[in-house]
Design a protein around this ligand. Sequence first.
Ligand code: HEG
Length: 147
Amino acid sequence: MVEWTKTERAIINDIFAKLDYEDIGPKALIRCLIVYPWTLRYFGAAGKLDTYEDIKSNKYIAAHGIKVLHGLDRAVKNMDDIKNTYAALSELHSEKLHVDPDNFRVLADCLSIVTAAKMGKAFTPDVQAAWQKFLSVVVSALGRQYH
Ligand code: HEG
């Protein structure tokens, strides 16, 4: 089981308390789709995504980015049992959506970059360490139902 220090818990809760879902969610997903274009394949339902402009202005993509962040809420509220919290979500991504689990990590990296850009100097090494630890646990839990 993952152990969290008091400081790590405080950092994660603080990031979420200040997180602007409507800003960070879309930015992270858009970045992921542009930097790692193979991730576009899962978003056929979003319509035309041929150019950067298409991706940036797509309503479905923006909404999905926000949805992903709300998905992270559940992990913050259940930091001591992220694995079980995500069992159904992992199964959905594996069995139904067929999302290659490598993509969880690349989206998590994009989330780190977007969060860092937003936080600026407040994104200290300690904050980065706690944030990336949290995201790694999420990535691992989402990959759990793959076999
Ligand atoms: Mg996924 C659906 C969360 C990575 C593609 N994702 C969802 C849903 C949530 C979620 C909460 C809605 C589930 C539901 O309707 O019950 N996703 C989530 C998290 C992360 C992640 C927390 C990783 C941090 N997702 C992810 C990645 C891809 C992807 C990397 C593809 C590259 N997700 C995806 C698709 C759907 C969801 C295609 C279905 C979209 C839809 O139904 O409109």
